[in-house]
Design a protein around this ligand. Sequence first.
Ligand SMILES: [Zn+2]
Ligand SMILES: [Zn+2]
Ligand SMILES: [Zn+2]
Length: 176
Amino acid sequence: MEEEKCPKCGAPLSEITETPTGRKLRRCSTGVWNTETHKTDGCDYVKWLEVEPQTLDEKCPKCGEPLILQVTRFGKKMKKCSAGGWDKEEKKATGCDYVEWINGTTEKLDEKCPKCGEPLVIFTTAAGKKMKKCSTSGWDREAKQATGCDYILWLKAEFKPQVANGEEFLPPEDIF
Ligand SMILES: [Zn+2]
Ligand SMILES: [Zn+2]
Ligand SMILES: [Zn+2]
């Protein structure tokens, strides 16, 4: 791999790491993520890498072209039509506009549930809202009711979701 230097401090960048949501990044080698303070110690430069869109074995329900799986800079996942694109000059979608956001993702936390002591998870909804919930909780589809522990803590949004800004149509080099 090509040796890349941190534009902030000139130290080499460290190996590629992958987040639980599938985003890839390289930190400055002098920066270390502190899991207690949830801040970076040392240089905080992070380079986000392009996540290769993955071609799926599914066809677009609108036009029949293959669908691709793409991850946005906020870690949200979506399926979109490979025949779709984004016209930067006209700022509008071109080709097929089929997009399907993929519902929530969960990430494990090193925190214990205050109710039952089982580990907590962070659940991110398709709209980008986050909550901490107990890993023992579930949803009984047949009975249409929650199962397991019912501890939930909604987190404040870290960003304002922008609606229809065309992000979903941008090529990855613009997203990252
Ligand atoms: Zn640095
Ligand atoms: Zn399509
Ligand atoms: Zn619990």
